[in-house]
Write a new protein. Structure first.
Length: 326
């Protein structure tokens, strides 16, 4: 049976914004990261999944939880054939999100307001005001958006649990909960003594390796050299060499592919990290590693597994992050 993996990078994080090295260390999703995870779920509403997997990093688990909830909301809308009514929220908080949390983009605010409202973070109010009523709640609401965490402790279990993301009856259609697992093999590269440091330190180390600041596209073609050099020069002794990273990538695809194959095949949603995805492309589609140069947050890389044969069908697709549908 064929298994198709929809592999996505987590949403934007605080360390992404601060240009800090983020491998096995972690930082929370930003408000934009929450929004992009929400858009990811909406964009996958038409795909039926038999399972979902995530790295054990908090940023990946949060992205998956938000995406699954958004996907379920969008499927409800599609089954009913009607738009979901806009949430009415507390005036000062809705306006503050436009100002502080979403840089003035109304479509961002709508998505995050709906998400926070569904979790009971925002109270109902008769109307959403215009920008003239924005006030001191800006900092408070932005902090609430970035500190928010979905209740997804069940992901600590390695085996496929019966994880219920809120199944509902959709006009007579029973929406099944998607089984979810957390898998350490989906972790980002470990960067050893560079973890949490400025990205400039990583660039300096790569300069030492190559003798120049080579373009990202060229770096993509030399991932094995990069990983091995970071491993060799890591003062902490924790950074992985490329053989270890490749073993994780291959091991996940083989183990999960076989497991899903025994259950009849189907689609699996995977939330992981940029360099994990880049290593996968390097291993299975070497002639395509240059494009796109960067694996964007919440992008989708589509991979087909068929009895051990791996085919990379799409890399870093971001079409679902465009204008919100409907």
């Amino acid at each position: 049976m064929t298994v198709t993996f929809y592999i996505t990078r987590h949403g934007e994080t605080q360390f992404n914004v601060e240009n800090r090295v983020q491998g096995w260390c972690d930082s929370p999703l930003t408000a934009k990261g929450i929004y992009d995870a929400y858009k990811l779920g909406q964009g996958l509403a038409g795909v039926d999944f038999v399972g979902a997997c995530t790295s054990d990093a908090g940023r990946a688990k949060d992205t998956l939880a938000i995406a699954l909830e958004a996907r379920l909301n969008e499927r409800e809308r599609l089954y009913h054939g009607l738009p979901i009514p806009k949430e009415q929220v507390r005036a000062e908080e809705a306006s503050a999100l436009l100002e502080a949390g979403m840089l003035g983009h109304e479509e961002h605010a709508e998505a995050v307001i709906g998400l926070l409202r569904s979790r009971g973070c925002l109270a109902p109010r008769s109307s959403v005001p215009d920008s003239g009523e924005m006030g001191s709640a800006a900092a408070r609401l932005l902090a609430a958006a970035e500190a928010w965490r979905p209740p997804i402790d069940e992901l600590s279990r390695i085996e496929y649990p019966a994880f219920d993301v809120g199944a509902r009856a959709l006009d007579g259609h029973a929406e099944r909960p998607i089984p979810v697992r957390c898998d350490e093999s989906l972790r980002e590269w470990c960067f050893g003594d560079l973890e949490g440091e400025s990205s400039r330190r990583l660039r300096n180390r790569l300069f030492d390796l190559f003798g120049d600041d080579i373009p990202r596209e060229d770096q993509n073609e030399r991932l094995d050299e990069i990983a091995d050099y970071l491993h060799a020069t890591d003062a902490a002794g924790r950074a992985e060499d490329f053989a270890a990273i490749a073993a994780r990538v291959r091991g996940f695809l083989e183990e999960c592919g076989r497991s899903v194959d025994r259950r009849g095949g189907g689609n699996v949603l995977v939330v992981t990290h940029a360099m994990f995805i880049r290593a996968l492309v390097f291993l299975f589609a070497r002639d395509r590693v240059r494009t796109p140069a960067k694996i964007a947050n919440a992008s989708v890389t589509k991979v087909r597994w068929d009895d051990g044969a791996v085919t990379v069908e799409a890399i870093g697709d971001v079409t679902h992050l465009g204008s919100r549908r409907g």
